[in-house]
Design a protein around this ligand. Sequence first.
Ligand code: NAD
Ligand code: IPM
Ligand code: MN
Length: 342
Amino acid sequence: AKTYKIAVIPGDGIGKEVTPWAQKALEKAAEGVADFEYEQFDLGAERYLRDGAILPEDEEERIKANDAILLGAVGDPRIKAGILERGLLLKLRFDLDQYVNLRPSKLYKGVTSPLANPGDIDFVVVREGTEGLYCGAGGAVRRGTPNEVATEVSINTAYGVERVVRYAFKLAMKRKKHVTLVHKKNVLVNAGDMWQRIVDKVAEEYPEVSHDYLHIDATTIFLVSDPSRFDVILTDNLFGDIITDEAGAVVGGVGYSASGCINASDEYPSMFEPIHGSAPDIAGQNKANPTAAILSAAMLLEHLGFDDAAKKIHKAVEADIEELGSTVRTTDQVGKDILARM
Ligand code: NAD
Ligand code: IPM
Ligand code: MN
């Protein structure tokens, strides 16, 4: 069997608590199918406080030399917001050109949704991952004065939009064949219009896939009033960030929400991580749900082509949630319970 190299970046807070379970699940699922060799990276808050390093070039090169990346979460209340988020996480997503941020939402049997009538929720958000307001274009002048001006510019390129639109339509072909473009084209007329035109053009190549459009504000309504209407939601970087946290809440909490930051051209490794953050409010208490991290390992396996191994994880998670989803358990207990079913 081929040996795959996996970079592991647990990061901060609960990232450190859930990532070992993702790694264990990966290892167990792939037993007899593939060999994995792990390289651990000490990156995040502790490292930054210790020696000021965020993502040294040589370490980034070593990360790039892996076949895939498993990441926990970054961010720490002791460090100014943005330093690690931009300097580590977004830097990796951008430098490794992970232009598809894939975020599935599924309501598992046994999970209590905050919705009275959730229906059959099973959709995936295809969030653009390398453009939009996340580019870091903009700046501040006269900082700290009454005349301060701060700007953030949303960059949208035809190239960047078209490649993620194509991914969404291709994905829809494997699902319920429906794409919903989410934007704010009634206000953001430049980018919104370009997204819509590119969607209309690509859609012509996929006559079996229907598509519609929703403004981002209305989308937040339908995510709670009628979430089962969605199949593939296609949107930009910031809108996708916001609605995937809402989607996580609707399916019982972000502790169940996995993601893949995909370089669909396979030029660089893709990265798999729960959508949630470092959760400083519960960090260090063995309370975080490791399911999202474990499901991220399943996404990693699917990405490398090991569908059966990924299914092992999905089956174990589904059974675990159905039987024990409503019980209060520690991080380690949930991890052990899921592993025991694999
Ligand atoms: P968060 O996702 O860390 O936490 C939001 C809420 O969800 C908290 O109440 C938390 O306890 C809860 N929660 C999150 N994951 C959970 C889990 N697995 N099990 C149970 N409960 C869980 O978001 P935040 O509080 O806005 O951000 C905290 C830090 O994390 C910030 O520094 C932020 O920048 C960073 N962040 C990082 C990532 C990432 O690395 N991908 C994602 C989001 C936020
Ligand atoms: C996420 C996070 C990140 C994002 C932050 C930490 C940069 O919120 O992965 O959802 O906004 O993409
Ligand atoms: Mn987010």
